[in-house]
Design a protein around this ligand. Structure first.
Ligand SMILES: [Zn+2]
Length: 173
C-alpha cells in the first residue's frame, strides 16, 4: 500500500517531466495542483467507507470498499471519455483537468498494484468484465506499512530539500 505523499509527489513528478519533455504551454500551476489531487482520487473510497459505515451506519457494498470500483481503470474511463471528447472542442481546459484525473487514477492504481491490500486484496483491472482482483506484484509483505511510511517521509524530505535548494521557497524567507 503506497501512501498519500508518494501518490501525490510521483504524479506531479511525471506531469512535470511530461511538461519539460514536450515543452507544452498547456499546463499551468493549477493543473499541477489538480495533479496532486488526481493522484489521490481512488483513495476517496476510504472517506466514502467512513461516511457510509460510521456516520450513516449503513452496510457498505463491497464494490465501494477500499480498492473496489474506485481503484479500477473503469473509474478512470469516467474521466477519460469526456476528456478526449472535450479536448477537440473549445472546452480544452476542462478536458486537460479530466485527462489529468485519468492519469492520476491510473498511476495510483498502478502504484497500489505493487502490493496487495484493501478489501479486494488486489486491483480489479478488468472490471466490469471481471471482478477478479489481481494480486500486487510483490504480494503481501509483512510490515509493508512501515516501509511505505518511510518512503513517504523520504519523498517529503527530498521534495522539501529540492524546493529549498532551487530557491522556490524564497517568498517565505
Ligand atoms: Zn489506493
Amino acid at each position: 500500500m503506497v501512501l498519500a505523499v508518494a501518490h501525490t509527489l510521483l504524479a506531479i513528478l511525471y506531469v512535470d517531466l511530461f511538461k519539460r519533455i514536450t515543452k507544452t504551454n498547456l499546463l499551468t500551476k493549477w493543473h499541477f495542483f489538480a495533479t496532486a489531487i488526481a493522484g489521490l482520487l481512488p483513495d476517496s473510497d476510504i472517506i466514502i467507507r467512513f461516511i457510509i459505515k460510521n456516520i450513516l451506519k449503513m452496510p457498505l457494498p463491497n464494490l465501494l470498499d477500499h480498492r473496489g470500483i474506485f481503484h479500477t481503470p473503469f473509474f478512470a474511463l469516467i474521466f477519460f471519455i469526456p476528456g478526449i471528447i472535450l479536448f477537440f472542442t473549445k472546452k480544452r481546459n476542462i478536458a486537460i483537468y479530466l485527462l489529468i484525473a485519468t492519469f492520476g487514477i491510473m498511476l495510483h492504481i498502478s502504484l497500489d498494484y505493487i502490493t496487495s491490500g484493501g478489501i479486494h486484496d488486489g486491483i480489479m483491472w478488468l472490471y466490469p468484465i471481471s471482478t477478479h482482483a489481481y494480486q500486487g506484484i510483490i504480494g503481501f509483505v509483512y510490515d509493508v506499512d512501515l516501509l511505505t511510511i518511510s518512503l513517504d517521509a523520504f519523498l517529503l524530505i527530498t521534495w522539501f530539500f529540492y524546493i529549498l535548494k532551487t530557491k522556490r521557497l524564497k517568498e517565505f524567507f
